[in-house]
Design a binder for this molecule. Structure first.
Ligand SMILES: Cc1cc2nc3c(=O)[nH]c(=O)nc-3n(C[C@H](O)[C@H](O)[C@H](O)COP(=O)(O)OP(=O)(O)OC[C@H]3O[C@@H](n4cnc5c(N)ncnc54)[C@H](O)[C@@H]3O)c2cc1C
Length: 557
């Protein structure tokens, strides 16, 4: 008897096969703006389904290795990475995944919306990049920080062009050395010290989680000697990782690489610093050092949201392809009403995550290009909300995508288990869910950020009325409840407000997402209209949307 072998077609082209991405770009960029981006997006998508998918598999199968000593016993602290990792690095540069918003011709074509195009690139590139999306995020964050006016032009001119280069032979990435073993969330406990010496600044301390530890530079937080306690006085420094000959810079000790649940192709190291030469990013004596470093953190938080949304969409594509090929109960799995309901519900979540991430990037562009104060006020609350909500959605969705493959989803060489492992980092790094919920609470209480959020929700209700009275009522009820609760916590930010911060932040994020999907539904696009309606029912009313999700799967996905 022949052995049955399940054929599984690879998922569709991620640009051509993602109607939400396309209609979103058409609306936000306008037809001419979208047309100008099409060649870039199509070229990246073609690489993703071809050589980059292979590079991704190679990098996952050949994790990085730390070589501490050379043959003669000299300490070298060299991190060896796979060919696949190097191919991902080159592709990220070539496709301008970091560089796009910094390129003069991109800014001339799309203005502030160059960040929207970059988000579309990340959406395509991230899920099968073997988490090279992580050094991409940190390089972008470092580039944004180096672009600040407080940074010494000599430092900027030496490194910014390389961080945003599109020539793979020139381009470099950055690490980000913030977390110490005694406190990742609580930066006030940081003990790395920066000392001004003849010939420049020197850093001494221990960093506990340093991803992309093979990068050419890292942004490290350190306490300038004599600066006193607390986190606000911490200052960002740029640390060149290698000397002029390409060897590990003097004073850098790579203790070991972390053995992680996921992100296995990504070298994450524990690093000791012993008087390492570092370049200040702004005046270390200025007590606003941490605020400067937040420029980087906001960018990496947005990349985290993009990674979450991109991974969810790719998981859906994998699951759809499998369901079309797999037979159950005498018919294709894709015809099962119950499985269709599961996938349709996941499609609604993927769309919501996409809308949040896309909106956050659009705001960032408006802040950077136009110094738009309204966008800055909204981004203050949207950045933590987008990162927090998409991180949680990505983990719950990834679990469903693994299950959608049955036993095969649990078997390593199908590539499916990685979806779940890699999703789990998203709610942890760059601020856990609790830490971001507290940040969102601070934004409301201290920075008056409820205003821009509520204004968007109010405007969306008016639009929703013309689309679906039921959806408008759901949005109105959610907004009224939020308005009352936000007023209460602003007036009395006591322990009760802190205990409820996560729930409140998630409700803000769900309502904001509903508003963004309603805005998109004004295009008259059927997918946008159905998605907005189902998101509002699922996340504002907590209805079971299974029956509608089953009926509308073909439209939703
Ligand atoms: C794969 C991976 C890669 C990473 N890469 C980097 C990197 O490149 N650079 C870098 O600097 N860091 C990196 N990190 C570290 C990451 O940013 C930290 O792990 C994270 O910020 C949490 O810090 P922590 O581990 O010290 O946990 P803790 O801060 O000790 O948190 C433990 C728990 O306490 C909760 N908690 C913390 N503070 C509060 C509070 N005030 N109120 C309520 N609850 C709270 C948290 O939500 C969490 O559940 C990486 C982490 C991972 C997993």
């Amino acid at each position: 008897m022949d052995r049955f072998v399940q054929a599984v077609p690879p998922p569709a082209d991620p640009y051509a096969g993602d109607p939400l991405l396309r209609s979103w770009l058409e609306r936000v960029l306008g037809p001419a703006g979208h047309a100008a981006a099409k060649d870039r997006l199509a070229a990246l998508a073609a690489d993703v389904v071809g050589p980059l998918r292979a590079a991704h598999a190679d990098a996952e199968n050949n994790p990085p290795r730390l070589v501490r000593y050379d043959a003669w016993g000299a300490r070298v602290d060299r991190i060896e990475t796979s060919d696949g990792w190097q191919r991902q690095r080159a592709a990220a540069a070539r496709h301008a995944v970091v560089a796009l918003p910094y390129l003069p011709d991109a800014r001339a074509t799309w203005g502030a919306a160059a960040r929207v195009v970059q988000h579309a690139l990340l959406h395509l590139y991230g899920p099968e990049s073997a988490t090279f999306s992580c050094p991409v995020a940190m390089a972008d964050g470092a580039a944004a920080l180096l672009s600040r006016p407080e940074v010494d032009p000599a430092v900027r001119d030496a490194w910014l062009p390389r961080l945003v280069a599109t020539d793979p032979d020139v381009a470099v990435t950055s690490g980000q050395w913030m977390t110490e073993s005694q406190g990742g969330s609580d930066l006030s406990r940081s003990s790395t010290v920066a000392t001004a010496a003849a010939g420049g600044w020197r850093l001494t301390g221990e960093k506990w989680f340093c991803s992309a530890a093979d990068s050419a530079v890292a942004v490290a937080l350190a306490r300038p000697d004599g600066a006193g306690p607390g986190s606000r006085v911490l200052a960002p420094f740029l640390v060149p990782r290698y000397d002029g000959a390409g060897a590990t810079a003097p004073g850098i000790r790579v203790h070991r690489l972390k053995d992680k649940l996921g992100t296995r192709a990504l070298p994450t190291a524990e690093i000791g610093l012993r008087g390492v030469a570092a370049l200040p990013l702004g005046d270390p004596a200025d007590p606003g050092g941490l605020a400067r470093a937040m420029t980087l953190v906001v960018v990496t938080r947005l990349h985290n949201a993009a990674a979450a949304a991109g991974g969810m969409r790719r998981g859906l594509a994998y699951a759809l392809a499998f369901a079309a090929a797999r037979t159950v109960a005498g018919g294709p799995l894709a015809a099962s009403p119950l499985h269709r309901a599961t996938l349709g519900t996941l499609a609604v979540d993927a769309a919501g995550a996409f809308a949040l991430a896309a909106h956050a990037f659009a705001l960032l562009g408006r802040v950077e290009v136009g110094a738009d104060p309204f966008a800055a006020a909204e981004l203050r609350i949207v950045a933590p909300l987008a990162k927090l909500a998409t991180g949680k959605l990505a983990v719950s969705s990834a679990s469903e995508y693994v299950e959608a493959f049955g036993g095969a989803g649990y078997v390593e060489d199908t590539g499916v288990p990685r979806l779940l492992r890699d999703a789990q980092v998203l709610p942890i790094w760059e601020g856990t869910t609790n830490v971001l919920a507290l940040d969102a609470l601070r934004a409301v209480v201290r920075d008056d950020a409820a205003g821009p959020l509520l204004a968007r929700l109010d405007a969306a209700q008016v639009v929703a009325r013309g689309l679906s009275p039921a959806m408008a009522d759901q949005l109105a009820a959610a907004t009224a409840a939020l308005r009352a609760d936000l007023g209460e916590v602003a007036a009395d930010p006591t322990a009760a407000a802190v205990a409820g911060a996560r729930g409140l932040a998630l409700r803000m994020a769900y309502a904001l997402t509903a508003a963004l999907l309603v805005e998109h539904a004004t295009t008259g696009d059927e997918q946008a209209e159905v998605t907005a309606r189902l998101w509002a029912r699922r996340w504002l009313r907590h209805d079971d949307i299974a029956v509608d999700a089953h009926h509308h799967l073909d439209v939703l996905a």
